[in-house]
Design a binder for this molecule. Sequence first.
Ligand code: SF4
Length: 252
Amino acid sequence: MLDFNRQPKFNEHFSQLIDQALQAQQRKETPRNYLGGSRLGVYCERALQFEYAGAPVDPGREFSGGLLRVFAVGHALEDLAVHWLRLAGLALHTRRQNGQQFGFSVAGGRLRGHVDGVITDAPAELGWTFPMLWECKTMNHRSWNDTVKRKLALAKPVYAAQVAIYQAYMSAEIPGIAENPALFTAINKDTQEIYAELVPFDAALAQRMSDRAAKVLAATAAGELLPRVTSDPAHHECRQCAWQDRCWAAQH
Ligand code: SF4
């Protein structure tokens, strides 16, 4: 009988099989045709515009199978966090009464966001007021430690922008949600430690993000490319950008 474990590179082949299946599944998914509220705080407006317009990423920049597995583990951990928070006595709602996920859709559906949850009650000892927005992220050890040390606004400005814009736009459906701080939780994927921070509504940040969204939508509709964030193609943001070649191949 063949011992498959002894076959050279069996492990690599098997991982590839899974990763190829994940990538094939990803390719079948319908691409997003709206600007995601969770993305408004990204560093470069042109990158945000490429993302919104569905510009194909540069060759070799597609999500790897490994990264797709990281995303999937993050989603599974967020589901677990819902269970933990409810177990601790929080009245945490992830869906409306009709079963739909909480979220908003503005600018004719061109700007949308999906909310992790809304908290309407919690143990009195916490002294919270309701309703509260809940946003949960999962992070590796280094990123989680940095968030604990520097707090959300400094360590994770993209997430801070997401919280602010969600509080602002969810106010129409859930009055008072921007008057109470949001609960931001981050789970350490290496140790399962939980970090929690109460985030007061930052109206100025929400306004800046709303203005940014309007700018990206208008420029894209007019067929104009927004300016690059830097004049240095070797800038670290550009090196990580999935549209680096496309961006720098453009005349301006
Ligand atoms: S390559 Fe740099 S300037 Fe161009 S879109 Fe990406 S981050 Fe922005």
